[in-house]
Ligand binder design. Structure first.
Ligand code: FMN
Length: 210
């Protein structure tokens, strides 16, 4: 009889433990979707995530830098300036000629500085002036060196009429494993007035202001 009572007690205790376990599992399962939602939201609103946004840019005469600074201010991302080891000539005709030669020979000019912590970022804004209908070849170097597989790339450019030109297609070719988002194109002499357009664009992308 004692054995029967002992067995029933042990069985009851065991069932109570199992029920508690099941409750915990359900609680975790219930909790999961919201945790996941927060994690996903964190990715789509990287400005709140701290170190997830990088604004990499090339600027020869300063226009693209103005937009890069705006994006930096609005998202709180880190910035990285893409510079060639051999600086481009300041004189307009000379830089136009050099840029043409580099594009025609599909050159990858070496960069003065390498991006050390590419892995730390989820979203990489890439900014450049439109040169000969696409990006300066130094930006080609930057993208091919880093690849950014699995990352989101957001292009922006300044120009004198060609807008983004062939640059987005070129980015997609250089970074086939990245997701390339809608780009922003701003006239060179309109950069100072581009704050509203930049904010709207960031909203459309789901990248909220700080
Ligand atoms: C070498 C070179 C090539 C250019 N090619 C184009 C072009 O094909 N289409 C265009 O709209 N603007 C072109 N531009 C004008 C620049 O895109 C524009 O001035 C840009 O805002 C400069 O940006 P930055 O001040 O950041 O260097 C070119 C400028 C240079 C220096």
């Amino acid at each position: 009889m004692k054995m029967v009572i002992l067995s029933i007690t042990m069985f009851t205790v065991l069932m109570a433990f199992m029920a508690a376990d099941i409750r915990t599992i359900f609680a975790q399962e219930k909790g999961d979707p919201s945790e996941k939602a927060v994690a996903v939201q964190g990715k789509s609103t990287p400005a709140q995530g701290g170190k997830t946004i990088l604004i990499a840019f090339f600027s020869h005469s300063g226009n693209t830098r103005v937009i890069a600074d705006m994006i930096c201010e609005m998202t709180g991302g880190d910035t990285f300036e893409i510079k060639a080891v051999r600086p481009y000539p300041k004189e307009y005709d000379a830089v136009v000629e050099q840029a043409k030669r580099e594009l025609e020979s599909n050159l990858r000019p070496p960069l003065a500085e390498k991006l050390k912590n590419a892995e730390a970022y989820d979203v990489i804004f890439v900014g450049y002036p439109n040169w000969w209908g696409t990006m300066p070849m130094a930006v080609f170097t930057f993208l091919s060196e880093n690849g950014f597989a699995g990352k989101t790339i957001v292009p922006f450019c300044t120009h004198e009429g060609s807008e983004l030109g062939a640059s987005v297609r070129d980015i997609e070719k250089l970074c086939p494993k990245s997701t390339v988002m809608e780009g922003l194109a701003v006239y060179g002499d309109e950069v100072k007035n581009a704050r509203g357009a930049a904010a709207e664009w960031l909203n459309r992308l789901g990248i909220s202001k700080r």
